[in-house]
Design a protein around this ligand. Sequence first.
Ligand code: SF4
Length: 370
Amino acid sequence: MTSLYIHIPFCNRICTYCDFNKFLIKNQPVDQYIDCLIKELKEISKDIDTLFIGGGTPTALNEEQLERLLGFISRHFKIKREFSMEANPDELTREKILIMKRYHVNRLSLGVQTFDNELLKLLGRTHVESDIKKAVDTAKSAGIESVSIDLMYHLPTQTLQQVKDDLEHALALDIDHISSYSLILEPKTQFYNQYRKGMLQLPDETLAAEMYDYTIERLAQSDFKQYEISNFAKEGHESEHNKVYWQNKEYYGAGAGSHGYVNGSRYYNVAPVPHYIKAMQKGDAVKETHQVTQEESMEEFMFLGLRMNEGVSRADFFKRYGIQIDDIFGDALAQLERSGHLKLQDDKIMMTPEGRMVGNDVFEQFLLSI
Ligand code: SF4
C-alpha cells in the first residue's frame, strides 16, 4: 500500500480554533507554491493507492490553479484506490467539482463543523448552513462516489440539543461518512487566547462526554457504523487513506509543513510558505528526519491501532516485530482488561466504549519509555 498526502496551506479566512499550517491566501505566491509542489511530487513513486489533498483549504485555489495541480497529478500518478480532497462548502462551485471529477477525485471531505449559523460565525467559518446541502448536492450530481462531512462538538456555548440537531441535519444529507471531533483548544489560536482571558465558556467535561455518547448512539441507529474513535461510515465508505495512519503504515507527504513516513523514517517539511518555496528551489524542503526506533514503532502500533474499533491483531504485531505482544505489553493489557478499558478476544485487542471515553489515558499505558 502506498499513500500520499498533499498539503495546500491557504485559506480565505482563518478560523478561530485552527492550529493547522495555513495562511490567508490573499497576496500569497500560490502559483509559485504549486510549481514547487509539482517539483516535489515528481520525486515520489508513481503508483499510489490512496491520495489525500488537505490543508488549509484546497478549494481556496482558483479554477486555473486547481486544474494545473490536478492535471499534473493525473498525468504523473496512477492512483489505484482512493483520491480524496478537502473542501469548504461555500467554495465548492460546480466548475471546481467538475475539475475534480475530471481528474478522478472520488472522495470529498467537507469541512462543515456545525449547521448552526451562530456557531459557524463563532468558529470564523466562511459558510452558512444553506451552503452545506448545496455543496453535497453539487458533489453528488457531479458523480463524486463518496462524500464525508466533518462535525465538531464541545464548542463554546454549544448545547446537547445543538449536537442532536447537527446529527439530524447530517443524516438528512446524501453523504457516506461522518467525522465528529471534539474541539481541542490549541495554543496560538484565537479561541485559546480568549479562553485564557476568561472570555470563552466551554461545555464542561460531563456535557462533552454526553455529546460524544449521543453521537455514537444516534449514528448506531442509522446506516453509519463507527470504525474509529471519531469516524463513522456507511458500508464500503471508510477512509482508506486515514486507515493507513491508524495502521501505522508508511506514507509520503508533500507541501509546506507536511510530514511523511518512509523506510522507517519520519520526515517533516519546512512550514512557512516562503521557506518552503526557497527550500524547494534549492533542492528539497525536508527540515528534519527521525529514524523511528523499534520501541517507538511498537508504541505507535498500539495507540494508533486501538483508535480503530477493529483494534489491533496479535498476529500482525508478531509479523511486524517478530516478538509476541504479551512479551512487551502483557502487564498493560492485563491491567486495562481488568479496568474494563480493553477487550481481549482471541487474536484481537480492542478498546471498549469505556476505554474510548478516556482514550488518552489508555494510550499512555503503552508508552515504553515511562
Ligand atoms: S479550519 Fe480549515 S478553513 Fe479554517 S483556518 Fe483552519 S485550515 Fe483554514
